[in-house]
Design a protein around this ligand. Structure first.
Ligand SMILES: Nc1ncnc2c1ncn2[C@@H]1O[C@H](COP(=O)(O)OP(=O)(O)OP(=O)(O)O)[C@@H](O)[C@H]1O
Length: 250
């Protein structure tokens, strides 16, 4: 039997019509490649992500997911091709582009609010405080600002990481297996909260995961990488798990 996961998590910005003005930036990869010592790596690939789109990237170990995220985050420079965020070429880490990783990477010497405000140094104090409070409310941690990081559960720490990323009001949110270290229940509820936040904020999302079911549940679109190339690029609506698995195997 074919198990079809047929879920569009929320109406897309396009579905919602002209009332919605996505805050997210478009992302374009034009003939991009990066090869370590000229061999393994990624590309060349072409990819366009629309403003406000939620894209999931899947692929087996070594298929190029981390390389792709490092390129998008500006940590690596393409050896060939161009990456654009909106009209701007990505040449390095960019304030409108934030990355949330598996283990959050919070600063243990700062309290929760200090962590969330970390990327807001260019703002005045009142704006920083307001942004941090808003971001903590978005992730369900209203009132947690004065807590120490070590007092938090794994799920709460990932919420703080997400709040820190959202506080800068990014055009593009990059998520690298952000929930994979969490238990299934926490993972599921955080994934659903992320969908709510995405829908509210209209940020463009690139979400990397090993879990094909998670990609079909969360994404509007999924890109499957195999050996550094795009093996499948499809809308998730109506896409079966078997089709996705087959694309990664053949
Ligand atoms: N620093 C490096 N030096 C040499 N080769 C590398 C380096 N980093 C990655 N590679 C190679 O590039 C290819 C893509 O690796 P990448 O880490 O992007 O894959 P991945 O899909 O993120 O894997 P995983 O799911 O295991 O994290 C692999 O063949 C890997 O061995």
């Amino acid at each position: 039997m074919t198990a079809t996961v047929n879920r569009d998590p929320a109406p897309t910005p396009q579905d919602a019509g002209s009332a919605v003005h996505p805050a997210g930036a478009s992302l374009t990869l034009d003939n991009v490649s990066y090869r370590y010592r000229g061999r393994a790596g990624l590309g060349p690939i072409d990819l366009h992500v629309s403003p406000g789109e939620f894209l999931c990237v899947v692929g087996p170990s070594g298929s190029g997911k981390s390389t792709l995220l490092s390129l998008l985050a500006g940590f690596l420079r393409p050896q060939q091709g161009v990456i654009r965020l909106g009209d701007e070429t990505v040449r390095g880490p960019h304030p409108s582009l934030t990355l949330v990783q598996q283990e959050g990477a919070l600063f243990p010497w700062l309290d929760v609010a200090g962590n969330v405000k970390f990327g807001l140094k260019r703002l005045g104090r009142a704006d920083r405080d307001a942004r941090a409070a808003e971001a903590l409310r978005l992730v369900g941690l209203d009132g947690y600002g004065a807590r120490r990081v070590h007092e938090l559960s794994g799920g709460q720490r990932q919420r703080v990481s997400l709040a820190r990323a959202l506080a800068v009001k990014p055009g593009l949110l990059l998520l690298d297996e952000p929930f994979s270290a969490l238990d299934v229940q926490t993972r599921t509820s955080l994934a659903d909260e992320l969908l709510g936040i995405w829908w509210q904020q209209k940020v463009t999302v690139v979400f990397v995961t090993h879990q094909l079911e998670e990609a079909l549940h969360l994404g509007q679109r999924v890109v499957a990488l195999r050996d550094g190339e795009v093996a499948l690029d499809a809308r998730t609506r109506g896409l079966s798990l078997e089709t996705l698995q087959a694309a990664l195997q053949t």
